[in-house]
Write a protein that binds this ligand. Structure first.
Ligand code: KG4
Ligand code: ZN
Length: 340
């Protein structure tokens, strides 16, 4: 194990320009996130061209801020880790180009990090006791995966969504109701005031793939309920609808994950990604884990959504496994975590 290794992590795959300095994969010395949410909110979702432009404008300040907050200069950094896949191509390219420039200028090693590996590593920061192997549920705006984490850099995809990601489903339901982008937090807040038993919603299953998810049927059911009621001039109780939706999507995510862990003989489950901030999902997964005698891990709130610390953390493990990139590194909009 390399001791006191400081990694600068850079993340720009979607609408957060983020950088952090993390020591030995778990001790966060700084974590700076410049969120673009307020601007994308005006359009009801992320506008890729705007995201790229804002990353260009923010990246220098964010990376400099991460070094200052960590009380470091580039001379104290041992390697630069950057998200290179998957994500919005124009957004990813900003972080990748900046990281390549820094690496070439300083001679520091460049470590390419997969965004989902980064979400998984968020748990090593918040829960240093967590060690592979275990079963992970990664739920974000772009991904819903059940992943067997065989080692810090080795994975097997056990289940995935066939259509919408869980976060996307939260965001689309929220938009239909009239809540601002991104909708997960608004639905979570409304759910706390509502009755989760008020509406019975579908629990779609994917025939022949017991661990895969399909959320489009659930999303359409909620959207149709809202539209039909508006056409009839009736007002639904949105707090009840949000609570029922949140309960249903949580039940789907939790039942597949618990089954995947049990069938593979794991007694540890770790959830991460933006949707892991959801209070209903966290409670249900933690309750079910307790019932099954499983250990449950979740990142602290600040490491659930996109951030640079999770990239620096995973960068440490990728560095130790020998992963390196040079100036030919390119950004990739799609890349399975098993092909890193
Ligand atoms: O991981 P993330 O920040 O970005 C991606 O990699 O996609 O995840 C963003 C997603 C959004 O869809 C957002 O609505 C969702 O995470 N989210 C939540 C909550 N907070 C953020 N979903 C449900 N409940 C929340 N409290
Ligand atoms: Zn993410």
């Amino acid at each position: 194990m390399v001791i006191d290794m400081k990694i600068l992590g850079i993340e720009s795959s979607c609408d957060e320009t983020a950088a952090a300095v993390v020591e030995d994969g778990k001790t966060v010395l700084s974590n700076i996130v410049a969120s673009q949410i307020d601007e994308h909110k005006l359009y009801g979702g992320v506008v890729p061209e705007i995201a790229s432009r804002r990353h260009c404008e923010n990246i220098h300040t964010v990376v400099t801020g991460a070094l200052i907050e960590a009380d470091c200069t580039l001379n104290d950094i041992d390697a630069i880790a950057v998200t290179y896949a998957p994500g919005l191509i124009g957004a990813l390219l900003v972080g990748v180009s900046f990281a390549k420039g820094l690496a070439m200028d300083t001679g520091l090693p460049l470590v390419p990090v997969h965004h989902i590996s980064g979400h998984i590593a968020a748990n090593y920061i918040s829960n240093p006791r967590l060690k592979p192997p275990y079963m992970a549920l990664v739920v974000s705006g772009g991904h819903s995966h059940i992943i067997e984490v065989l080692d810090y850099t080795k994975y097997r995809i056990v289940g995935r969504t066939r259509d919408d990601a869980a976060g996307e489903c939260f965001d689309k339901v929220a938009r239909t109701i009239g809540y601002p982008y991104p909708g997960g937090k608004s639905i979570d807040d409304a759910s706390k005031r509502g009755n989760p038993e008020a509406y019975t919603l579908p629990h779609p299953h994917v025939a022949g793939s017991e661990y895969d998810f399909s959320f489009s049927g659930l999303k359409t059911a909620v959207i149709n309920l809202v539209h039909n009621s508006l056409q009839k001039g009736e007002q639904l109780n949105y707090d009840d609808l949000c609570a029922s939706f949140q309960k249903t999507i949580s039940e789907i995510l939790v039942s597949n994950t618990i089954k995947a862990a049990a069938d593979s003989g794991y007694k540890t489950i770790a959830v991460s990604g933006g949707v892991s901030a959801n209070s209903g999902l966290k409670k249900l997964l933690s309750d079910e884990c307790r019932k099954c005698g499983f250990e449950f891990f979740c990142p602290e709130f600040k490491y659930c959504g996109d951030n640079g610390a999770m990239i620096a953390s995973q960068g440490y493990f990728d560095f130790l496994s020998g992963k390196r990139a040079d100036e030919s590194l390119n950004a990739l909009p799609t890349l399975p975590i098993t092909e890193v």
